[in-house]
Design a protein around this ligand. Sequence first.
Ligand code: PNW
Length: 478
Amino acid sequence: PVSGSPASPVQFPADFVWGTSTAAYQIEGAAREDGRTPSIWDTFSHTPGAVQGGDTGDTACDHYHRYPQDVALMSGLGMGGYRFSVSWPRVQPTGRGPAVQRGLDFYRSLVDELLAKGVTPVLTLYHWDLPQELEDAGGWPERDTAYRFADYAQLVADALGDRVDMWTTLNEPWCSAFLGYGSGVHAPGRTDPAAALRAAHHLNLAHGLATRQLRSTLPGRAQLSVSLNPAHVRARSASEADQDAARRIDALATRVFTGPMLHGRYDEDLMADTARITDWSHVRDGDLDIAGQPLDGLCLNYYTPSLVSAVTADDADVERRDGHGASAHSPWPGADRVAFHQSPGEQTAMGWSIDPTGMTELLLRFSREAPGLALYVTENGAAYEDKPDADGRVQDPERIRYLHQHITAVHDAMTAGADVRGYFLWSLLDNFEWAYGYSRRFGIVRVDYETQQRVPKASAEWYAELAGTGRLPEVPEP
Ligand code: PNW
């Protein structure tokens, strides 16, 4: 294009998948129906003080009963894909033994509904809802949980393998391990750094065991992957100390999972940094080979970068802004000399700064580090305090702007060579935002939690145009 001409349209390939993401506990409700038993999130959300407003997922968006309407909504928006998760305690209530047929039937009906409308299902096996009984037996810090996960994966594969082609094992194992067992702001709310590191390893092992099993039973067309939320870490300065702080956080946020899963190893610096906390004797011979099973794709979730520095005497009063909720306990075992800072720029309602360059850099990092793997963005989006106007319409120009910037950033990565095949917006619906309950709305469709009415926001219409044309629409003038 001639410089000075209007920016050339941002056009995506015709086979690029446009979709939305959700997770079982955040939308399904029906917490005690059809044989479902409590997960760690049921227990946690019913613990006074754990979740903002005392909110729980008991009813959520009632998607369990309203899924035909929700699929019709997606189809009306012209979505090509839908990423959802299977609730482990709905399918295998105690985390052991045979499957509950009614639980599997729900997912089978959901998938059939999607396929009938031409929406490709992308199935996540684990989006944080561990059966409580397995937590009572020790949870992710216990090795046995990894084997239980592989058995559960097999049950789901047997039931849905003939109709689902895109499988991801875990969603954001960092949150499961370090928010669940380190800072305790997520279920099960434990605050034990050594347990958090054991949990991370057993999640790596669980991913590998399940991948090995799915590979041997699913048809050859099945695509296997995992969804990670690599913190895109930036050092506040070029000083050696700040660079080292960034290295430590990258190890604990990202390489603790990508090391085993992509390269079959734990990096030496990670093991040395955490030597005070664990001797890593929970890692057995052969585990890393299992964790490093070959994958077909890598799914990345991106919202905001992290800005860190080394703690110095001057930082004694630096506010701990690590965007992970208020806790006296760190989610970063062994990195207590690291300070987190608010990145510059505007923020969303999560207090997360808006920086689309992190998206491009993240995709390019993994296109170099994992050549040959198809990349997917499986989560990206923004919470805003949008409200219906007098006519009941929801104008959410900030969300449209956020999406426009980040989808442009995905395109930039593709132009620079990243093999990105799809983008799944978080989220289809406003939903249960974990420790924040219903106080944060990420949906492109508004949910009225009193009436369960769904109202597509302006961003949904904007996104539908993108999905229909593959060309990024302009941001509407205010
Ligand atoms: C991800 N953090 O959660 C999840 O995969 C979604 O279920 C969630 O709704 C979405 O992002 C928006 O938050 C995260 O504290 C929760 O760093 C917390 C953190 C990161 C991701």
